[in-house]
Design a protein around this ligand. Sequence first.
Ligand code: 5AD
Ligand code: FES
Length: 351
Amino acid sequence: MSKLGKLLKRIYCAVLPKSEDLEEVLSLNAKADLAKLFFFADKTREKFCGNGIVLRGIIEFSNFCQRDCFYCGLNKNNRKLQRYRISKLKLFNAVKYLVSCGIQTVVLQSGEDLALDAAWLGDLIKEIKSNFNIAVTLCVGERKARDYKIWRLAGADRYLLKIETSDEKLYSSMHPRMDFKNRLNCLRVLKELGYQVGSGNLIGLPGQTLKNIAQDIIFFKRNDFDMIGIGPFIAHKHSQFAGKENGDVGLVLKTIALTRIVTKNAHLPATTALGSLDRDYRLEGLKCGANVLMPNFTPQAYRKLYEIYPQKRCVNEPVGACNFCMDKMAKKIGRFIDYSKADSFKGRFLI
Ligand code: 5AD
Ligand code: FES
């Protein structure tokens, strides 16, 4: 077996992989080496997740945010951005449309909107769950444990709260007035409440090292997350990181591949950010470990206002267009779109 083959096998078999091993793979650049890595990751994906590409329809229902994360276009200091909140009726109708397209998971995402009332969202979740047989995923940031509980009791199934970077120092340097420990605590509470929990990181953050990324992958493994979203950092001109270099797509793909090899059966999306660089790299993501796509179902009028980063994909497409596009993507690589709810592969949610 080649040296790289042995290295990959060691990473695959480890209870917890060694940081140095991961860093060595992250620094590979030769074409043949990358092909080997991606092939290994793709096989791991096939073995643990099958050939279905699962869909998560996303609705971005508010772009108000109380935070000022250095990388994000929704940061509260961005006064150029017109803010919106979608009414409950419009939101419900967007969900109805998503269901009519055959999608069985809705991701309700917003900035950390201080005005987001827990009971309001709880009622909406109840309404969705009593009308449609779909999974509800929330992505609304750090909240009090009692809010997470209200939403879980209302029927929410999953929660995404990316760590962005697992390095406390790096995290603090780009998240003013936020507390890394509180984020970890939120993740713990979410898990205890029985949510399927998603994490993830940004690749190419200013100041981030390969070691940081290796540690992120170890963090994902340690916490056994159900879902992990990995995407490139893309500089936004109305953020603190304006003018910084974007994340490197090759490094994103290597991180997805390694995360697949290490975590085996976590749901890994080919993120929208990966589709928003100089061209669409989501297909490459799907070929090196990813098994999820996230079609956008935000009503057209609001899409361009949810500008986390510039040149975001599918902003001008009509609602529902993503579905066809994704079918095409799947066919191109001999896979198929799996329209089921696609719960966690971790098997903790079968009761
Ligand atoms: N580039 C890429 N992704 C970003 N996100 C936030 N800002 C950026 C950016 N500038 C990602 C974060 C967040 C998700 C909703 O969007 O990872 O969790
Ligand atoms: Fe949205 Fe292709 S995924 S149009």
